[in-house]
Design a protein around this ligand. Structure first.
Ligand SMILES: C[S@@+](CC[C@H](N)C(=O)[O-])C[C@H]1O[C@@H](n2cnc3c(N)ncnc32)[C@H](O)[C@@H]1O
Length: 218
């Protein structure tokens, strides 16, 4: 998996929109789902908050919400912290550098966008999902978006073509082609649902789809 440290962190924001078709739309649609379900005093936990994209988007449109930004990468969170300062929202965000298991939060919603596909299905995905479940208030939702197992033999190629149209260089496409095969741990829909069920979540409902990337609310 990428390390999300050093240059991988500092270059993240300029690269991610070329690597994930519909990246902006994913965040926009997640905000719309949250606005439809949360009250003014909501507390949103963002697992794998990275450089802060979710919170920057949500905070600007929902001025009374509070947030927790969790990540394992201190480098990604350092960039997020700087952005929160610049946007004037640092008083609304608690930053947690460490695992979800060490959080003591009861959230009205949890976001886990573009994170779980880097976690192996050897017990690690289950452990993370169980830890997330423990941070959610009763009946609160998890929004989770991941690269899924390809559903056709040509889906990955179509994805790389789209990345090229989004500005990914030839070298970047080669790297992404390699990463798609070896750096991700994508699940098919059956296994994804099974895992969520094992962790006491409900049936996942699809709210975003762009080539291999799917976003579900559970
Ligand atoms: C592709 S970035 C996504 C960042 C952000 N969610 C976004 O949409 O831009 C993946 C992030 O997940 C973090 N990550 C990876 N494994 C994690 C884990 N087990 N728990 C929390 N964060 C994790 C990485 O450090 C990285 O910041």
């Amino acid at each position: 998996m990428p390390t999300f440290t050093g240059e991988e962190a500092t270059q993240y924001d300029s690269r991610i929109t070329r690597l994930v078709p519909g990246y902006e739309l994913l965040h926009q649609l997640t905000n719309a789902q949250l606005q439809a379900t949360l009250s003014d005093n909501a507390h949103v936990l963002v697992v794998g908050a990275g450089t802060g994209k979710e919170i920057l988007t949500l905070a600007s449109q929902n001025p009374t919400w509070q947030f927790t930004a969790q990540d394992l990468s201190a480098d990604m969170l350092a960039i997020a912290k700087q952005r929160f300062d610049e946007q004037g929202i640092k008083n609304r965000v608690t930053i947690h550098s460490g695992s979800v298991e060490t959080l003591n939060t009861q959230a009205d919603a949890v976001l886990c966008l573009l994170v779980m596909h880097f976690v192996q299905d050897n017990g690690d995905k289950k452990q993370l999902l169980k830890a997330i479940k423990a941070t959610l208030k009763k009946d609160a939702h998890l929004y989770i978006a991941d690269l899924m197992r390809a559903e056709t033999s040509f889906e990955r190629e179509a994805q790389l073509t789209t990345c090229a149209q989004l500005g990914l260089t030839a070298a970047g496409q080669t790297q992404m082609g390699h990463n798609l095969e070896s750096e991700f741990y994508p699940l098919d829909r059956m296994r994804f649902s099974e895992l969520l069920n094992e962790c006491k979540f409900g049936i996942p409902k699809l709210y975003f789809k762009a080539l291999g990337f799917s976003g579900y609310v559970v």
